[in-house]
Design a protein around this ligand. Structure first.
Ligand SMILES: C[S@@+](CC[C@H](N)C(=O)[O-])C[C@H]1O[C@@H](n2cnc3c(N)ncnc32)[C@H](O)[C@@H]1O
Length: 295
């Protein structure tokens, strides 16, 4: 799926209509209980498991960047009891998210990213949208600043060389498709001071979801065309077929990550220093204790 909401040629301001038109196909594409309003290729169980790995639980503050209609965010707030801020550039996506959140402990903001809201947050999420950012270093740098010491950033990413001109010509909205080689992502994470705690390749499960979604959209083509038009349906099908092809061939791989902003260094206490080096200079503890337990 493209990294922005313009999948299928639908602009952000049409998100509610887009969501309504695709909902029956999406519901049928996922195993029972696995569709919770997410707008990518993750299943609910994968979202839940990534969140638990990132230490999301009661009272943990979560910033969800590019939350869309916040299917994942609402699931996590409901099940894990975190406090939640979702941000997205699309006003209508946030309107849907906010309406569906009801009395859950969720706040929402309409804003382009960057800037990343200032924290500190215990956990930052970026699900199924890293692809949309051509400049990943600026984004990751701001995320690192927004995390408290010991905080975690959980995300999915599309791994691979940049698209060639020929590939860009074969995917709708190539301006939202910026895969990045794994080595480059690891270097950027290191440069901004985020340490990898866990990573996993999820290409196979995402490819199954892509195929299932493509089949469901094809099966529901008359209803989708009636709501969104034939161009939107065509773009949706082409996008999903292209991702299926790329994932199958290993042209692009999907990864999920949990990375951590380390606790700041503790300067040695006087009693820990060798006797010969003990002087009268000040020793201070830098950084704060974690507010929540990491798993
Ligand atoms: C594929 S959807 C993913 C939504 C959600 N994270 C999920 O997994 O269900 C991508 C979302 O990112 C938003 N988006 C893309 N680029 C953005 C940016 N630079 N700033 C804010 N939102 C952005 C789009 O409006 C869209 O809602």
């Amino acid at each position: 799926m493209n990294g922005s909401s313009r999948v299928g040629g639908v602009t952000p301001d049409e998100r509610a209509r887009f969501d309504r038109a695709l909902r029956p196909a999406r519901l049928s594409a996922y195993a029972p209980g696995e569709f919770v309003g997410q707008e990518g290729f993750m299943c609910a169980s994968e979202i839940r498991s990534l969140a638990v790995k990132a230490g999301i639980g009661p009272g943990v503050s979560v910033l969800d960047l590019c939350c869309g209609i916040a299917g994942p965010g609402r699931l996590l707030t409901r099940e894990l009891g975190c406090t939640y801020l979702g941000v997205d550039a699309s006003a209508t996506a946030i309107a849907v998210a906010s309406r569906r959140a009801g009395s859950l402990d969720c706040r929402f903001e309409v804003s382009p990213i960057p800037p990343v809201p200032s924290g500190p947050f215990d956990v930052v999420l970026l699900l199924e949208t890293m692809l949309a950012f051509p400049d990943k270093e600026t984004l990751l740098d701001e995320i690192a600043v927004a995390l408290r010491a010991g905080g975690r950033f959980a995300f999915t990413m599309e791994e691979g060389q940049p698209l060639t001109d020929a590939e860009r010509a074969r995917i709708p909205h190539p301006d939202t498709v910026w895969p990045v080689p794994l080595t480059e992502m690891l270097s950027v994470l290191e440069r901004v001071g985020l340490h990898v705690r866990w990573q996993d390749e999820v290409s196979r499960s995402h490819w199954d979801v892509v195929d299932s979604l493509a089949d469901a959209f094809a099966a529901g083509s008359s209803d989708i065309t009636a709501s969104l038009g034939s161009r939107a349906l065509d773009e949706l099908l082409v996008t999903h077929r292209r991702w299926s092809e790329w994932l199958r061939a290993g042209r692009v791989r999907k990864f999920a990550f949990v990375v951590e902003k380390p606790q700041q260094c503790l300067r040695p206490r006087p009693e820990d220093a060798p006797a010969s080096s003990r002087g009268s200079h000040e020793h201070r503890i830098l950084g704060s204790a974690p507010r929540s337990a990491a798993p």
